[in-house]
Design a protein around this ligand. Structure first.
Ligand SMILES: [Ca+2]
Ligand SMILES: [Ca+2]
Length: 310
């Protein structure tokens, strides 16, 4: 009986030892494979970063080549066609180039250090056409202009921004990223979401490319034209892109020639390049603002900023 009990305990102990040994082994195996996975992940990530960089360089090359090939920029050109899922070794690379001058440059509201009334009016019309408060244009102007004087109703400078629950200052310089709008007086997430597809923040004064702009943006710039006339003008681009400003003036005969000269163009110098890379379990996406120099200049393109997309 006693001997039997001892045997029983021995068996239980043996089972326990085996179980502990097994679980320790399993644990060791799992940590080891986690380490292996981690190493593979870091390697994949580094490789994906390299592909993203290569994708960016490729896009810059495409834009430089396009500048040599044509004096206009239209959505029918090669650069405007997205690159969807190109297999490169173990990775899949996607990319897209968007013309940022198809949008209205918010920084245009200040010209040569001073308020540009014509541009504030363009922004006001754009806001109104989107169902947004027109006074937001004044808030943008105060945000961008160097002074601390209120530009008008709805304007805001440091005194307003410093009184907020999360105080900050007015930028008082050109916007670097269009997301700065979230910090500007009167803009909530909904207003930013509405306006954002139509505006951009470029480092230099930039006219809107009439060959790529949306009818909404064209209408804001060309108030002399009716909605239908703007749409017809935009539709006509598909068969016949605008060759130059003279062509634009002829085909938008009601437009003020000075508006065409100051606020419109038929080409672009600023592009948003987005590159995505998927390799194994790693996904890398990056976007960059690429500025194109005048034809013949070196370097042909420059990266103004670059940031991870996720
Ligand atoms: Ca072109
Ligand atoms: Ca200001």
């Amino acid at each position: 009986m006693r001997r039997g009990a001892q045997r029983g305990v021995a068996v239980v102990t043996a089972i326990l030892v085996v179980a502990v040994a097994a679980s320790t082994a399993a644990y060791m195996l799992s940590t080891q494979s986690a380490t292996l996975n981690q190493t593979a992940l870091v390697a994949s990530r580094a490789q994906a970063d390299l592909y993203a960089q290569a994708g960016l360089d490729w896009a810059r090359g495409v834009l430089a080549e396009d500048a040599r090939a044509s004096a206009t920029d239209t959505l029918a050109e090669g650069w405007a066609q997205p690159l969807v899922g190109l297999p490169v070794e173990r990775a899949v690379v996607s990319g897209a180039i968007a013309d940022l001058q198809s949008r209205y440059n918010l920084n245009n509201v200040v010209k040569d250090g001073r308020r540009s009334d014509a541009d504030v009016q363009i922004l006001t019309r754009l806001l109104e056409s989107l169902g947004l408060d027109a006074s937001l244009a004044v808030a943008v102007l105060d945000w961008v202009d160097a002074d601390a004087d209120l530009a008008g109703n709805g304007g805001a400078e440091d005194a307003y921004y410093l009184s907020l629950p999360r105080p900050h200052r007015a930028a008082n310089r050109p916007m670097v990223q269009v997301e700065e709008l979230y910090a500007v007086r009167g803009f909530d997430a909904k207003a930013v979401a509405k306006l954002r597809p139509f505006v951009t923040a470029l480092p230099a004064r930039a006219p809107v490319n009439a060959n790529t702009a949306s009818p909404e943006v064209l209408a804001a710039i060309l108030p002399q034209l009716s909605r239908d006339e703007v749409r017809a003008l935009a539709d006509s681009r598909r068969a016949r892109p605008f060759k130059d400003r003279a062509d634009l003036k002829t085909r938008a005969a009601k437009a003020a020639p000075s508006t065409v000269d100051n606020d419109l163009d038929v080409k672009s110098d600023h592009f948003l390049v987005q590159v995505g890379v998927a390799q194994d379990d790693v996904q890398v996406a990056t976007e960059a603002l690429v500025a194109r120099a005048a034809p013949g200049a070196t370097p042909a393109t420059a990266i103004i900023w670059r940031r991870p997309l996720y």
